[in-house]
Design a protein around this ligand. Structure first.
Ligand SMILES: *Cc1c(COP(=O)(O)O)cnc(C)c1O
Length: 361
């Protein structure tokens, strides 16, 4: 089955094969592997080792986003969240449940966040210490610009927590140039083309240490993960990690390198998005976004305006052709989409388009 969803993505056979073994996570052999993965992840975002640490955490993306919020915002701390879509709403909910105070900022639907709006909101409220931004809003397919928004945040003397879950590994990120970013959160099973089960936060060491004790949770305390990593043991995990997922990541990172790193991967994803966009138009389904704002990760199309339309029936029919898409709507008006990330190519998406045409009739 080919997963045409933004994550967990379709993976290559050699990535999955790396998992077919038993692992003792505290054994010296595995510790060396674990320790070597962290700087490789940091390097993808150009994070200098002197100022930043890539911290691995068990769980899915929400776990690591919550960990970043808890570890970098003090209890009661206030964070501005531009409402880009379903994943921004998750940041609001995670922050509130953790006893932080999110302030949601409505933005125009289907448009990139305007840095001037962020600057104005921060100027109007000096108690907002952070901005929580979703880099690639997976629900809509719109990519927001952390460099331009970060410049506004930096100018206002505030900080950013970046949800790069459906961006990291493909979309550009330069943490050396963006000192206002306290943490970037992501998982291994989206644009890194790896397996689900572990997340990562690349954090500024000084900010994490300044907030040590904030988290109000041992499991989700990134300052504690950092302290454990510094104990001269090469950064063994505090608790049982998804070790096989990390073995798969090692292979997935080799494949990323072979593809030319994030820039090379982004080129392929862009070609995928173009193939999917063109293909959907060809079979009479209309994309939600104009080509100008369409991002390279998810292409959504409007649900057909047809009383007989049933998304689940369409999904089931597509499965018989070997393709899987999401069976829920995640946007205000019903639209469904295809993921362009993962180990897929324009040729595969052309097969998918044919299957989608056949599945509709
Ligand atoms: C996938 C995703 C998440 C996390 O989802 P999980 O199901 O918890 O892994 C968070 N933010 C964005 C933007 C995502 O695409």
């Amino acid at each position: 089955m080919k997963l045409l969803i933004p994550g967990p993505v379709t993976t290559r056979a050699e990535v999955r094969a790396a998992m077919a073994q038993d692992v003792a996570p505290w054994d010296e052999d595995f510790r060396a592997i674990y320790a070597a993965l962290r700087p490789r992840l940091a390097a993808i975002a150009n994070a200098p080792a002197s100022t930043h640490a890539a911290l691995l955490l068990q769980g899915s993306g929400h776990f690591v986003v919550e960990a970043a919020l808890r570890s970098l915002l003090p209890p009661g701390g206030r964070i501005l969240v531009p409402l880009t879509g379903a994943y921004a709403e998750r940041i609001v909910r995670l922050a509130r449940a953790a006893g932080r105070e999110p302030m949601a900022l409505p933005i125009a639907a289907g448009r990139p966040v305007d840095p001037a709006m962020i600057a104005a909101a921060l100027a109007a409220d000096p108690t907002l210490s952070h901005v929580g931004l979703v880099y690639s809003e997976t629900s809509t397919g719109v990519v927001h610009d952390p460099a331009a928004i970060g410049a506004a945040i930096r100018a206002a003397g505030r900080r950013m927590i970046l949800d790069a879950v459906s961006a990291f590994g493909a979309l550009p990120l330069d943490l050396a140039a963006q000192p206002e970013i306290d943490a970037v959160a992501f998982t291994l099973n989206k644009c890194l083309d790896g397996m689900p089960g572990m997340g990562t936060a690349i954090c500024r060491i000084d900010r994490l240490q300044a907030g040590a004790g904030h988290a109000g949770s041992w499991c989700l305390d990134l300052a504690d993960v950092l302290a454990q990593g510094g104990k001269g043991n090469g950064g063994a995990s505090r608790f049982t990690p998804a070790a096989q997922v990390l073995l798969a990541l090692r292979v997935a990172l080799d494949l990323l390198d072979a593809e030319g790193g994030a820039p090379g991967r982004l080129l392929r994803y862009r070609e995928n998005a173009r193939a999917l966009y063109d293909g959907m138009e060809r079979i009479g389904l209309s994309p939600v976004l104009s080509r100008g704002v369409q991002g390279p990760i998810v292409v959504n199309v409007h649900a057909p305006d047809d009383p007989g339309w049933d998304l689940q029936r369409f999904v089931d029919a597509l499965k018989r052709y070997g393709y899987l898409i999401s069976n829920f709507y995640d946007t205000p008006s019903p639209s469904f989409g295809g993921g362009c990330s993962g180990a897929i190519t324009p040729a595969l998406l052309s097969g998918f388009t044919d299957a989608a045409y056949a599945a509709r009739v």
